[in-house]
Design a protein around this ligand. Structure first.
Ligand code: PRP
Length: 208
């Protein structure tokens, strides 16, 4: 049996549709349930339904053999796993955003940056030799510049509607190709290669 860590939320439906296209029986994922462990009717696949940011943890540990995780999460967590395939789902950008009139803020010596992506933001700004204050938030990041908690935010932008609704704009696109990736546990890839490799080949075909 192949165990998948799948993210609940935005990516869930798209991920299931893609797996279905590749012959995975995902009918169990379509039913309304609060269960977190599900099994395909043919007994070939197990599904763990987890928070998007927890997918890499389940895959790195080997509890899940495969997972579907956003590139933003992978960049942030830098886990010991294989990134196998760009699935092209959930496309968004990791950007620095703020008030349009604050473009100069980016060159300010004491820039305060609010973000969920603390490690990635630290890396981005330190590579530029900029010493900034990173403020860790867990959500509603756009609120930070509005309330004066931060000068700018470093966050994902998908449709841009949250920025727009809050009077903010993209000041700089830092990572333009944030999409969902298929990730694999390093040991599973060897021990379950007979089951995993054909599935990866089918996914490759489906997304190409
Ligand atoms: C993410 C992100 C932005 C928003 C961007 O938040 O942090 O707030 O989506 O999407 P958009 O460009 O399509 O508006 P999410 O919805 O995950 O909620 P959160 O604020 O709880 O993190």
């Amino acid at each position: 049996m192949i165990h998948f860590a799948l993210a609940k939320g935005r990516l869930a439906e798209e991920s299931a549709a893609l797996l279905e296209k590749c012959g995975v029986d995902v009918s169990v994922l379509k039913k309304e349930t609060r269960k977190l462990v599900l099994e395909s009717a043919d007994g070939k696949y197990g599904f763990f339904l987890v928070k998007p940011t927890d997918v890499p943890t389940y895959v790195e540990s080997g509890v899940a053999d495969l997972g579907i995780a956003g590139k933003d999460t992978l960049l942030e967590q830098d886990k010991d796993l294989y990134e196998m395939l760009d699935l092209g789902l959930g496309g968004c950008r990791l950007c620095i955003a703020g008030y349009p009139a604050r473009r100069d803020a980016l060159t300010s010596p004491h820039l305060r940056v609010a973000t969920k992506y603390v490690n990635t933001a630290k890396r981005v700004f330190s590579e530029r030799g900029e010493d900034v204050e990173i403020i860790h938030l867990n959500g509603s990041i756009e609120l930070a510049p509005i309330t004066g908690l931060a000068d700018v935010i470093f966050d994902v932008v998908q449709t841009g509607s949250t920025l727009k609704a809050n009077g903010l704009v993209v000041l700089e696109e830092v990572f333009p190709d944030i999409t969902a990736r298929l990730v694999a546990n390093k040991v599973s890839l060897k021990t379950k290669s007979d089951e995993i490799l054909p599935l990866i080949a089918a996914l490759k075909e489906a997304v190409s």
